[in-house]
Design a protein around this ligand. Structure first.
Ligand SMILES: *Cc1c(COP(=O)(O)O)cnc(C)c1O
Length: 421
């Protein structure tokens, strides 16, 4: 459930009409609902309330400081995958002991930054990384908590670009080899083995892959304990999917996911960490855009809008679907007409949807791309020298710009022409 609804014939974010935001901030613009974020975070906490747990928001899904602060204020931990994300989590007020560091290519300087600033645990993804972290920790006189990310070789049944738990993926250590790697980790100075980490992919719409992966994690926990390791923490990753189409079957709920976790690992007495990103923020955001032109083509009509692939990359990158809705509510029984909805960028891939059925729309009308809160603004670029898309946070009847649209001056000032040119 989210807080984007039609009231008085107009799509609102909570109690704010989107047309008001468009008028004051301009378009394109991302709009997030604080109430939806809070609600979704609460559902994950509730799903794990049977045990000691920490819900670590996956920062890569949406790293705006205001969004992170909202999460942090409710007690969220953070899952970060870069030094930049670590810096954002800290700037949003998250203490180091609530930050876990994931990612296949952590550099020594990123690891140093996290050790200096405080860290809950590193999720180690390879043996070379483990050795580098050990050497660094020793040189800093530190002992750092680590979990090892195991690759359970489970098919997450999701888009191939966001599946991470098959043996051919670059992530984690093959589960069959993990006892040997844990033995080496335990012997290395500067590392304190605390747990096991797994993350099999994103936008999972079926719980069976989780069941399969977590059963393997449970077996491994027992085996590692028998080997003498003190496994007290299980980081079970993120990935629970969201309904991108409002007209089809909804993916499982957090509470059902929590039950899968309880069934698989509930008897092990471990503290549970999860790392949801998309499920918390995806449906808490829309991308608001204006129609520039309605262009009648041969056999098809184009809706040329002022949002483009540089603002919302998912359709171009994954062929992803976002429901597109008019901000002015269509009259009941209004006639629908198919449009190809495209942006102004000079690429044919800058197509959001083909043959979308929309009520009659005209230039300057507002539309909204639903489910755009996750992997939206964070993937935006300034391709075609289009200013980085701004972001707005709504709470009740007020809103704030949480990232301003840069001016051309600001954009240009980031480049330098060398004096010898
Ligand atoms: C991307 C990622 C997540 C979050 O995935 P969602 O599908 O957004 O929930 C969690 N953990 C790790 C290690 C990730 O790479």
């Amino acid at each position: 459930m989210d807080h984007f609804n039609y009231k008085d014939g107009q799509l609102h974010a909570e109690d704010v009409p989107l047309s008001r935001i468009a008028a004051e901030v301009g378009t394109p613009v991302y709009v997030y609902s604080a109430a939806t974020l809070t609600r979704h975070f609460g559902l994950f906490r509730q799903a794990l309330d049977w045990t000691d747990h920490l819900v670590c928001f996956a920062v890569k899904a949406n790293s705006n400081l205001a969004v992170l602060k909202l999460m942090a204020d409710q007690g969220a931990g953070m899952d970060v995958v870069s030094g930049g994300e670590y810096a954002r989590a800290k700037a949003a007020g998250v203490p180091g002991e609530r930050i876990v560091f994931s990612g296949v290519g952590k550099t020594v300087s990123e690891m140093r930054q996290a050790i200096e600033g405080g860290i809950r645990q590193f999720n180690i993804e390879s043996e070379p990384e483990m050795r580098a972290l050990s050497a660094l920790a020793v040189s800093m006189g530190a002992e750092v908590p680590v979990a090892i990310r195991v690759n359970p070789d489970v098919d997450a049944k999701t888009h191939e670009k966001i599946a991470t738990g098959k043996s051919e993926n670059k992530f984690g250590i093959p589960i069959a080899k993990s006892r040997q790697v844990y033995a080496e980790a335990a012997a290395l100075p500067g590392l304190k083995v605390v747990g096991i980490d797994v993350h099999i992919g994103s936008q999972l719409t079926d719980l069976d892959p989780y069941r399969a992966a977590y059963a393997k994690v449970a077996d491994l926990t027992r085996a590692l304990r028998a080997d003498g390791h003190d496994i007290t923490r299980l980081d079970l990753g993120g990935g629970l999917g969201i309904p991108y189409r409002r007209d089809n079957n909804a993916p499982p709920l957090p509470i059902e996911y929590g039950q899968v976790i309880r069934d698989a690992v509930g008897d092990l007495g471990c503290e549970i960490e999860i790392e949801p990103g998309r499920n918390i923020v995806g449906n808490a955001g829309v991308l608001l855009s204006s129609v520039i032109y309605v262009k009648e083509g041969e056999g098809r009509d184009f809706l040329i809008v002022d949002a483009a692939m540089n603002d919302l990359l998912r359709p171009a990158m994954y062929g992803a679907h976002h429901d597109i809705v008019p901000v002015r509510e269509a009259a009941l029984g209004a006639e629908l007409r198919p449009f190809d909805v495209v942006g102004p960028v000079c690429e044919s891939g800058d197509t959001f949807q083909k043959g979308t059925q929309l009520p009659s729309v005209a230039a300057d009308d507002l539309i909204a791309f639903r489910s755009a809160g996750a992997y939206g603004a964070v993937m935006a670029s300034e391709y075609n020298s289009r200013p980085l898309v701004p972001e707005v946070l709504v709470s009740g009847d007020h809103f704030a710009v949480i990232r301003a649209r840069p001016t051309f001056e600001e954009m240009l000032s980031r480049d330098t022409i060398p004096e010898w040119l």
